[in-house]
Write a new protein. Structure first.
Length: 391
């Protein structure tokens, strides 16, 4: 198949893709609240005459084209935004206070609709599913989609996901075989002592000092206990306790996150956090409660063969010099849930462009995407699907 034609078709509908992206950008919605977003997705699918299932995973949409026979490939986009006040220099800024598409999920949704538009005009030798999923940002929408059968009937043999990536320039893509994104867990640690007058510390049990010792001890898990050739992160990100100069507080609340490239690694980190918090707390007379508040993400594992395939497709479209073998990233992604069930590959697509001020990281209030990259995302989706169905 001539992949140049797919690239041209995508460029031809660039304005259509960009318009959708900007509309979504102006009205960002947080996890499981993507009502306006899924309405727009359904409206576009209706216009294209594509059938879909709704709702799935509360606020998601599962579209499908093809003859139902033969192989089945899935393409996935996430739709949710983040609780961030937008500070980006764009004229289609978020119109919702405190919410922003700061991870590019507006682009993902628009690129996938672009792919649906192009594929709907083609003869499909098999089935292509389009997963418009909610709640990637901590809500495990991907897990819900799989639980509600998105990868069944017909069974998906391969799934692809794209993520805009400001760390590489527009026109390039990247990924890797094996673990690409980390297994992640959040943690809430409560250190409970006995409050009282700061002038009489001997009548209190000081949770502030105990907290400092716990935080210090937790940092030895990576530096002293983890194989230096393995990847692990223990980050403490919030410490809240007390409010006066002369009062020892009753308790201190600590927040943080754990990361590993394997599920065993993550489980081991949690086990050691539990042990250290319990023992160091006890040594300091405090009771310590550790809670992992749900939605630990497994690692996103790229099937090596599927990445080789995606790499080959991308190389023939944009040249080998623009296809990067990337190191793993310790960020998390709920695309992981799909790769636990079927062969998949998560690919990042460059949207970095210093000339346009597209230099900020995802999750940054000034995050800005070079929209010239969007047709390539659409073309990749289309080509991954068509080429998979040829095999
Ligand atoms: Ni994201």
């Amino acid at each position: 198949m001539d992949l140049d034609i797919v690239m041209k078709e995508s460029e031809n509908i660039k304005d259509w893709i960009v318009d959708i992206r900007r509309e979504l950008h102006r009205f960002p919605e947080l996890m499981y609240e993507e009502h306006r977003t899924n309405a727009l997705v359904r409206e576009k699918l209706d216009e294209l005459g594509i059938e879909y299932e709704f709702p799935i995973a509360e606020t998601g949409v599962l579209a499908k084209i093809g003859d139902g026979d033969g192989p089945c490939v899935a393409l996935r986009a996430d739709m949710d935004a983040l609780p961030i006040q937008e500070m980006a220099d764009v004229d289609f800024k978020s119109e919702v206070d405190g919410k922003m598409h700061a991870c590019g999920h507006d682009c993902h949704t628009a690129m996938l609709l672009g792919a649906a538009k192009i594929l709907s005009q083609r003869e499909i030798n098999g089935t292509v599913k389009f997963l418009f999923q909610p709640a990637e940002e901590g809500g495990a929408g991907g897990e819900k989609m799989t639980q509600e059968g998105a990868l069944e009937n017909p069974a998906v043999e391969r799934i692809f996901g794209l993520h805009v990536w400001p760390f590489i320039p527009t026109g390039q893509i990247g990924s890797r075989a094996g673990a690409f994104l980390a297994a992640t867990s959040f943690m809430d640690i409560e250190v409970v002592g006995t409050g009282g007058h700061a002038a009489a510390p001997h009548t209190c049990v000081d949770p502030v000092l105990a907290s400092s010792r716990i935080i210090d001890s937790l940092q030895s898990i990576v530096s002293r206990e983890t194989d230096p050739l393995e990847s692990a992160v223990v980050s403490i990100t919030a410490v809240n306790g007390g409010s006066a100069h002369n009062v020892i507080p009753e308790s201190v609340a600590i927040k943080g996150t754990l990361r590993s490239l394997t599920m065993d690694g993550l489980t081991n980190l949690q086990k050691r956090v539990d042990e250290i918090c319990g023992l160091v707390g006890r040594a300091n007379g405090c009771e310590v409660n550790v809670v992992y508040p749900g939605n630990d993400y497994p690692p996103t594992f790229n099937d090596p063969e599927t990445w080789e395939f995606a790499k080959g497709v991308a190389e023939s479209m944009i040249g080998a010099e623009n296809v990067n073998e990337l190191p793993p990233v310790m960020g998390g992604e709920d695309f992981a849930y799909y790769t636990q069930k079927t062969k998949g590959c998560f690919v990042v697509i460059g949207v970095g462009n210093p000339n346009k001020g597209c230099i900020y990281s995802v999750h940054h209030p000034q995050f800005k995407v070079d929209e010239d990259a969007l047709p390539l995302g659409t073309a990749l989706h289309v080509s991954f699907a068509l080429e998979s169905l040829l095999k």
